[in-house]
Design a protein around this ligand. Structure first.
Ligand code: NAG
Ligand code: NAG
Ligand code: NAG
Ligand code: NAG
Length: 418
């Protein structure tokens, strides 16, 4: 049996990948076509010493492979092949030298370390200061959350490493994220913060329904974000949109278990930026705690949320299908008494929303007494009360409102409070 020296194998692998991609470029497409992409140089983490064995620490290899990809002045692709890679914190940080977008192709499984003692930030994998990023490949980021979920109480710590987010995108412009799975994060699955023109689709986001605070996709201070064709099952909000988000579209998302799709919570911090132009369409919520929700803290500093549309939404056994809650508090400890919220909510539409709820009160709109919700419209709503135990089978779903006048169009069941 021939034995190869490990370094040779790495070089051979690297050369193979480079030449496969060159061959594909040479034979795969018509030579004169205007759509031929410039050839990408491949940087495979194996060539930098990563081991696909699920137990060797590959952090330094990932970091070195990224640094090489990011410094490369020509089109470049970072490849994480099949296999399991154990990594501690990694920062994919720019600015990079490439003029064209950087590709990251994840085929295998990247597993987080369960020892967070070396984590210096509350995030596991960070993408930062990058212009042009394509992340895809069908692979998985596994945060190994079960190892810490039961053990750590993070309520007293602002930066809690043991609740690290799986994927943090900060100051990333022109991103396309697709065909990626995020599994069992210690904290949130994905945060999109200070990003522009960010498109995510075909994501699979998965954690048990009882995992603590495992929000799916949390978006803040970002413009022009699209989240489409994704399936999210998790222990907290499937998608949460907080301060400073403008022009976000969420389409064709299936959520459940989880806490639903939420604008907010807003009004938690001082000087929050407004939220506007939110469109949530063609989504399905299954066995979730909430359906579509806007939530703001009481006694909050002033800000505004405007032009928010929820349309073509299907609810299956959703506890609070439609809810505006301006008296939100995350837990009894964190409540702020009953002073009014100063977040102004306006131009909100709920259109074509149908399905079932196990709670009689299917529509709740509790707006602020200081700033009643303005210009709220409902049209074509059909929500049926289906109790868990079919004892009150004759009772119908109802609506409950405070500090809001609702404009109604089409048929609306339950009868709206006007
Ligand atoms: C955002 O990223 C760009 C590089 O893409 C960088 O030049 C800039 O300093 C970053 N801004 C902040 C606030 O970090
Ligand atoms: C609506 O979303 C579902 C998934 O919930 C998807 O299968 C379907 O293709 C979408 N319909 C349209 C018209 O986009
Ligand atoms: C409201 O948001 C939608 C996107 O959902 C956008 O197309 C529309 O222009 C916005 N309307 C106003 C008045 O800004
Ligand atoms: C419907 O939701 C309720 C409350 O969340 C739950 O107890 C029940 O098992 C669910 N029913 C089905 C059929 O999943």
């Amino acid at each position: 049996m021939t034995t190869y020296n490990k370094v040779d194998i790495k070089i051979v692998l690297l050369l193979c990948l480079v030449s496969i991609s060159s061959l594909a470029e040479a034979f795969g497409r018509p030579a004169a076509s205007a759509i031929v992409k410039p050839r990408q140089t491949i940087f495979n983490v194996l060539a930098f010493g990563a081991k696909p064995d699920g137990k060797t620490d590959s952090t330094n290899a990932f970091q070195a492979a990224w640094d090489a990809t990011c410094k490369h002045p020509e089109p470049a692709r970072l490849v994480i092949p099949g296999g399991e890679f154990l990594v501690r914190q990694v920062k994919f940080e720019g600015p990079c030298n490439n003029k064209s977008p950087i590709f990251i192709q994840l085929r295998g499984i990247v597993k987080a370390s369960i020892d967070t003692s070396t984590f210096t930030e509350p995030e596991w994998i960070t993408f930062e200061k990058i212009v042009g990023l394509n992340l895809n490949g069908g692979g998985t980021f596994d945060g190994q959350g079960p190892a810490v979920w039961a053990k750590h109480d993070c309520s007293a710590q602002a930066k809690c490493a043991s609740r690290s987010v799986n994927l943090k995108f900060r100051n990333v412009t022109n991103a396309k994220i697709g065909r990626i799975t995020s599994k069992d994060p210690k904290g949130f699955h994905m945060c999109i913060n200070s990003c522009n023109n960010f498109r995510a689709k075909a994501l699979e986001i998965t954690a048990p329904g009882d995992s603590p605070n495992t929000d799916g996709i949390h978006v803040s201070n970002s413009n022009d974000v699209t989240i489409a064709k994704s399936v999210i099952s998790t222990g907290d909000d499937c998608i949460s949109i907080i301060q400073g988000v403008n022009r976000i579209k969420i389409a064709d998302v299936v959520c459940g278990p989880g806490h639903g799709i939420s604008v907010g919570s807003l009004g938690k911090y001082k000087d929050e930026k407004d939220v506007h132009d939110v469109l949530v369409k063609n989504c399905t919520l299954i066995n979730t705690q909430n359906g579509v929700r806007i939530k703001t803290w009481p006694d909050s500093p002033p800000s505004a949320a405007t032009n928010i549309t929820f349309t073509n939404i299907k609810m299956e056994n959703v506890t609070n299908p439609i809810i505006i809650d301006q008296n939100y508090c995350a837990s009894a400890k964190s409540c702020r008494g009953n002073k009014a919220s100063n977040v102004k909510i306006s131009q909100v539409k709920f259109i074509n929303i149908r399905g079932t709820t196990p709670t009689q009160c299917a529509v709740k709109m509790h707006c602020s007494p200081s700033f009643p919700c303005q210009n709220v419209q409902v049209a074509n709503i059909d929500l049926k009360y289906v109790p868990v135990l079919p004892t009150n089978a004759l009772s119908k779903a109802v609506s409950e409102c405070a500090n809001v006048k609702v404009a109604v169009a089409g048929f609306v069941i339950p009868a709206p409070c006007i």
